[in-house]
Design a protein around this ligand. Structure first.
Ligand code: MV4
Length: 450
């Protein structure tokens, strides 16, 4: 097992990694930007190294500084958390070359899954169902039109280097294709330095369902059920739950089997997520994420397994968990962001003047915030994850509403009032929602102040 892990991240996920390491008897090194000197991850780690100015490019994304910090502190592994360098193949490769274990996928797997057109081909070959679409990258607009005519409109153009929505265009009629193809290409080139596009049949009302997996050095792939992440706004998830209210045991088994086939096809080691779109009783592979995700917590609560500990154990080459892996009950996560939902979710950085965290039965709060903490304007606006769990979905919702009413954050605007409104919405309470639901809800309720 590792002796010392450098945590190449900030915020709640840096704390989450430090907590897992502390329980495993592993020493930790925090890195921080000049804007994060007063952060809890700096205080809770065994050692801390300042790696540069506030801007991410100069600190949390600064590869030479991170490698340097690992070398001077004698860390034998780096945990990247999520975001920042978590899915950067070059960083994984530099770690490998520096004889520091990157706690994540291999550089090769990150590259393969980071290229979405290639990931589609890899998964097809593995026997994982994908959405009907182009056979790899579209070389020309003409080719795009031919594929679209073959599979039928509407189609969706996606950036091969994308993921999370950038460079996507829905094309409803043949005459729109030329213009939207050019727009998507420019957007992809600007955002990713790669204008490659592919296309898929557009599903009008899918649910976003993802399967958590863990791969081990002996070739075992374990799965930890699914999460329903359909409540999103502009490709930012706001609420996640496990299990999904719409997935029946038969479909769950099929999703799980598909994820295992996909993971084995790339000899996957560590924590990973297979994202699927589900419509009716059909499911289709969309993307694979080669990192621990924000919403891993809901799977942890229903499986009562520490996925960070498992991820670190897997990276160290240890054996899979033995014994039964079974979920029980229901867990829901609300992302508490310092944003104003009444003003188009504009970020609301600044000092938190009062902070009271809910607790009691069935409540977990993962946060790096505290009373007096200054939320810097430079990073992600998520300041807490509120997770409620119960014997069933109804109990989890009751506990969520109770906890939301206790959660006190003053000094900045947050998404708490929106969550309070969402968990009294009949459709959400009934589990009847798709990936379009939140944006429709916000449009319909735009006149009301929360
Ligand atoms: C789709 C889709 C429907 N059909 N793909 C891809 C990235 C993820 N964040 C959303 N993605 C989608 N991919 C096919 N073939 C629907 C979405 C989607 C979506 C698309 C456009 C506008 C808003 C959306 C919200 C959620 C999901």
């Amino acid at each position: 097992m590792f002796g010392k892990v450098l945590v190449a991240n900030r915020g709640e996920i840096a704390l989450r990694v430090i907590r897992a390491c502390r329980e495993m008897g592993i020493e930790t090194v925090a890195v921080f930007s000049q804007a994060d000197a007063d952060s809890l991850h700096v205080r809770f780690a065994d050692e801390a190294v300042c790696i540069g100015p506030p801007l991410s490019k100069e600190s949390y994304l600064n590869i030479p500084r991170l490698i340097g910090a690992a070398e001077v502190t004698g860390a034998d592994a780096i945990h990247p958390g999520y975001g920042f360098l978590a899915e950067n193949a070059q960083f994984a490769e530099i770690c490998e070359d520096s004889e520091i274990t990157f706690i994540g996928a291999t550089a090769e797997t990150i590259s393969k899954m980071g290229n979405k057109a290639l990931a589609r081909q890899t998964m097809t070959a593995a026997g994982v169902p994908i959405i009907h679409g182009s056979d790899g990258v579209l070389d020309t607009e003409r080719e795009a039109l031919d594929f679209a005519n073959k599979i039928g409109f509407p189609v969706i153009l996606k950036a091969s280097s994308g993921g999370g929505g950038k460079g996507m265009r829905i094309v409803r009629t043949p005459d729109e294709l030329s213009r939207l193809f050019a727009m998507a290409k420019v957007e992809a080139e600007t955002a990713f330095g790669d204008g490659d596009l592919y296309l898929e049949r557009f599903l009008e009302q899918p649910r976003h369902i993802e399967v958590q997996i863990m791969g081990y050095a002996d070739g075992t792939v374990l799965t930890f059920g699914e999460r329903d992440c359909s409540i999103q706004r502009r490709h930012q998830k706001l609420i996640e739950e496990s299990p999904s209210p719409i997935i029946k045991p038969e479909l769950r088994n099929k999703l799980s089997e598909a994820a295992i086939l996909g993971a084995k096809a790339v000899n996957y080691i560590g924590a990973g997520t297979f994202e699927f779109l589900v419509e009716g009783d059909e499911f289709f592979f969309m993307e694979m994420n080669t990192r621990i995700q924000v919403e891993h917590t809901v799977s942890e609560q229903v499986f009562r397994i520490d996925l960070l500990v498992e991820q670190i154990r897997a990276a160290a080459g240890e054996k899979p968990i033995d014994g039964e892996i079974r979920s029980e009950g229901h867990a829901i996560e609300c992302r508490i962001n310092a944003e104003n939902p009444n003003k188009g979710f504009i970020p609301s950085p600044g000092q938190i003047t009062a902070f009271h965290v809910p607790g009691g039965m069935g409540i977990r709060v993962d946060t790096h915030a505290y009373a007096g903490y200054h939320i810097p304007p430079f990073y992600d606006s998520m300041i807490a994850k509120l997770i409620a769990f119960g014997n069933n979905r109804q109990q989890a919702i009751s506990r969520m509403l109770r906890a939301l009413s206790e959660f006190t954050i003053e000094g900045v605007e947050t998404t708490i009032p929106l969550h309070q409104r969402l968990f009294v919405d009949n459709n959400i309470v009934a589990g009847k929602y798709d990936t379009n639901y939140l944006e429709q809800f916000l449009a319909e309720n735009s006149g009301q102040t929360l």
